[in-house]
Design a protein around this ligand. Structure first.
Ligand code: SAH
Length: 345
């Protein structure tokens, strides 16, 4: 089956041509998929019945089905567990901010990066998500709440730069004029730091925000919690982020998950400031969300404020990540793991 939801408008036009259809039919079909977010060929009423039935025979309209939706009573955060066409499951999260709705999507089924504090990686890596599977996390959520999504963060399960080509195609379609037309500035991609891919992404000259999961102030500490640091050392990865800034003119984000007694001392704040410097960047402090499989504790809120002040003294822009959906399975990968375990027992 052809995955038509992963096609750009040019590719879809060629595909429709191969079926003997005119270019305007491709435009109509593209609009049904990427503007009206149609979940079924039968919704596409301005296409002939004959064309719809031909399409349903040879091309798959990838749609994700929610198997669980958890809704936070505190802040309206909604966590979705979706089943993919092949039966695998992924998580996505909707968060409400003053400036609109933000959706956090997954880029892979499972993850091979092995970060010690993260639940998404515990069961290993299964496969990359296709562009249509990334898009439909947003489309399914937008349809569910009947609201426009204004921001997208690729910060769910998986390493987006390990699924590079599909990620770029996803960005092209979600930001394209013929689709939801979300501004590139409202897209954030978060990476654990695959250095060659960061340089490659800079050359694409996109206006997206790049975030690095840094989480440590020294190479030794980073290696302890993030195995990827053994392949790319901390200096190399920060140099790649600085290059991204220079080439794109975009301010980058460093994410720093604070873990009690691991990376949250005054000395860590000092070393971190020296490492990143104060220009064209921003640090997002995240109190670690403890997972039952590891005994990491979160830094106290006083400790987080203290760390923030130390960075600010060095002229670094800092925010503390607002904890959303604390009353639901908030940390990456927890909802999927819980379902997998229940499924087995
Ligand atoms: N692979 C990408 C994107 C997925 S992880 C990356 O590494 O950036 C998204 C973010 O959530 C990362 O910053 C990650 O380090 C963080 N994260 C994962 N588990 C967490 C936990 N238990 N508590 C706090 N942050 C966590």
């Amino acid at each position: 089956m052809t995955d038509i939801k992963s096609m750009t408008i040019e590719e879809l036009t060629e595909y429709m041509d191969s079926l003997g259809e005119k270019p305007f039919r491709a435009k109509q079909l593209y609009e049904w998929m990427h503007v009206h977010l149609a979940r079924d060929y039968d919704e596409m009423t301005n296409l002939s019945k004959a064309l719809r039935s031909k399409l349903s025979e040879e091309s798959e309209l990838v749609t994700l089905k929610p198997v669980d939706i958890q809704i936070s009573k505190e802040d309206g955060t909604r966590k979705y567990l979706f089943v993919l066409p092949d039966g695998n499951m992924v998580e996505s999260v909707l968060m409400r901010y003053e400036h609109g709705i933000s959706v956090c999507i997954s880029s892979q089924v499972g993850c091979k990066m092995g970060c010690r504090f993260c639940a998404s990686t515990i069961d290993g890596f299964l496969r990359n998500l296709t562009p249509s599977e990334m898009l439909d996390q947003i489309y399914a959520i937008s349809r569910d709440v009947n609201e426009r999504v204004s921001n997208v963060v690729v910060m769910g399960t998986g390493e987006p730069l390990d699924n590079y080509d599909n990620l770029l195609r996803f960005i092209e379609i979600i930001t394209g004029k013929g689709g939801l037309n979300i501004s590139q500035r409202n897209i954030t991609v978060s990476t654990c730091g695959l250095v060659p891919k960061i340089y490659e992404l800079a050359k694409e000259k996109l206006a997206i925000t790049l975030a690095l999961s840094l989480h440590a102030s020294t190479q030794a500490k980073r290696e302890e919690i993030m195995p990827v640091a053994r392949t790319y050392n901390i200096e190399e990865v920060v140099a790649a982020m600085k290059d991204y800034c220079k080439v794109t003119g975009r301010r980058v984000t460093y994410e720093y998950t604070l873990i009690a007694g691991v990376n949250d001392t005054d000395e860590d704040a000092r070393l971190l400031s020296n490492l990143i410097g104060s220009s064209m960047c921003h640090v997002n402090l995240i109190p670690v969300n403890p997972i039952e499989e590891r005994n990491y504790d979160s830094t106290s809120s006083e400790g987080v404020s203290r760390f923030k002040k130390k960075l600010e003294k060095n002229a670094i822009n800092v925010t503390i990540r607002r904890e959303m959906g604390r009353d639901i399975d908030g940390a990456c990968g927890q909802l999927r793991r819980r379902h997998m375990k229940e499924g087995l027992s």
